[in-house]
Design a protein around this ligand. Sequence first.
Ligand code: NAI
Ligand code: MG
Length: 491
Amino acid sequence: MAELDRTGAAPAVPADWTYAPAPESKDIVHLRDRYGLFVGGEWIEASETYETISPASEEPLAVVGQATAADVDRAVAAARTAFADGWSSLPGSERAKYLFRIARILQERAREFAVLESMNGGKPIKESRDVDLPLAAAHFFYYAGWADKLEYAFPNRRPKPVGVAGQIIPWNFPLLMLAWKIAPALACGNTVVLKPAETTPLTALLFCDVLRQAELPAGVVNIVTGDGRTGAAIVDHDGVDKIAFTGSTEVGKAIQRQLAGSGKKLTLELGGKAANIVFDDCALDQAVEGIVNGIYFNQGHVCCAGSRLFAQESIYEPLVEKLKRRLETLRVGDPLDKNTDVGAINSAMQLDKIRELVQSGRDEGADIYQPPCRLPEKGCWFAPTVFTNVAQSYRIAQEEIFGPVLSVLTFRTPDEALEKANNTPYGLSAGVWTEKGSRILWMAQRLRAGVVWANTYNRFDPTSPFGGYKESGFGREGGLHGLEPYLRFDE
Ligand code: NAI
Ligand code: MG
C-alpha cells in the first residue's frame, strides 16, 4: 500500500492505459504471387485474372483467376469424369476415410488457415481461430461419420448420389461455407465444382493443398475462382445436377428463376433480418452479451445476425444503457490483433452499402449511437452502431444491412413481440431471452424462423440443421437434413 500511496510526480495508477497490440504473425502463411484454377487435381492457368486484397490494409495479396464459361466447362467435365470413374461407386467407408483425413489436416493446419482467413476477409483472428476453423473441421468429421450410414439414415429409400454439385459461396465465412458445402456432397458420393466469393478466394485455394495432402482422387473437388459471371456459368451448365447457393436474396431469386423447369436440384441459403427478443425477466447482463455477439460478431456480416433488437418496454432504458456502455469496450481494428473484437468490413462495396443504409436511418429519423473509437485510416472500417427510436417501416428495420448496425425496437406483450418479429420477408433465425422455459417454447413454436436460439445467440453445430423460411431460402445444411439435398431416392 505504502508504495501505491506515494503519489509524487508519477501517479501510482497510470492515467493513460495505452493499449499494447498483440498481433498474430503472418509468417505461417506462404502465399504464391498467382493462383490458377484447381481442375482435375491440377492447377490450370486462367485466361483472365484479378487481384485479391486485404480489406484491412488494402495491400494486394495475390493474383487469382477469373474463370470463364470455358474454364467452368473444364471443371464440370473433370467432376463428371471423377464421378463416373469411381467416386460415386466407392464404398461409403472409403469415402469417409478421405473426409476424416481432410478434417484432421484442417485441424493440423488450423493456425495457417485462420491467419489467411483474417488477412483476406478482415475478420478478427480470435473468430477465425476459435469459430471458423474448429467448425470447418467439425463439419468434415461429422459428415465423414455419415458416409457409410446413408442406408440407415434413410431406411428403405435406397439413397444414391445426385452427380455433380455446383456450389457457390459468400465471403462472410469463406472456409466454413466451403466445409458446409463440400463435406455433405462428398459424404453422399457426389463430385463438386465450387466457387468462392470474389473477395475471399484464398482459403479455398489453400484448401486445394489439403485435398492433395489427403490424396483425394483427382476431379472429385474442383475450385474455380471468379465473380458472379463465373457463378452464373456454373448455374447454367448442363453437366451440373445440383446447385447449392449461399448469398444474397437477389441472386438467389435469379438462380431460382434460371433453374425453373431444368430438373436441377436447388438449395438456397439467403439473407436475414433476425429478431433478438429480450423479455424483462431475463438475465440482463447475459442478454447484453448475447445482443453484442448477435450483431457485432464478424462485423455483422452474418446472415443470421440479430440485427433487430426487440426490448420489452419495462427494461428498455437499462438495457440500452448497458448496451451502449458495453459497446465502448469493443476494440475495432487490425484483424490480426488477438484482442480485436470488430475487424475490417469485407469490401469497399459492402462498406458503401452499410453507409447508405445508415444514412437512410438518420434521414428517416432514428437516433444513432456510435462509441468513441479511432478507425484506421486505410482500409474498410465501420464503427459499431446502434439505432434507437426506430419504426418498423424504416429501411434499417426492414432490409439486411450485413454490417455492425443494430436497430432497437420495443414491445409490451409476447403477442406484440411475435407479430413484430415475424413482420419481415425473411425467416432465418431468432433469439429469445427470458427466464421462463414455457415462454421460450411458446415463442419458438410461433416464430417463423429456421433457427431459434434461447438465452444464447449464434451457436453453431454441424449436427444441427440450419436454413430459412420465406425469402431466407429453402433447404437445410447441417445434420441429417443436410444430406438430403445431395441424394436422390428415385429407384
Ligand atoms: P452475392 O449474392 O452477389 O454473392 C454471393 C456469391 O454469389 C458470390 O460467390 C458471388 O460471386 C456469386 N454470384 C453473384 N452473382 C451471381 C449470379 N448471377 N449467379 C451465380 N452466382 C452469383 O452477394 P454480394 O453482392 O457479395 O453481397 C450483397 C448483399 O447480399 C450483402 O450486402 C448481404 O446483404 C447479402 N449477402 C448475404 C449472405 C448470406 O450469407 N446470407 C452472404 C453474402 C451476401
Ligand atoms: Mg452481388
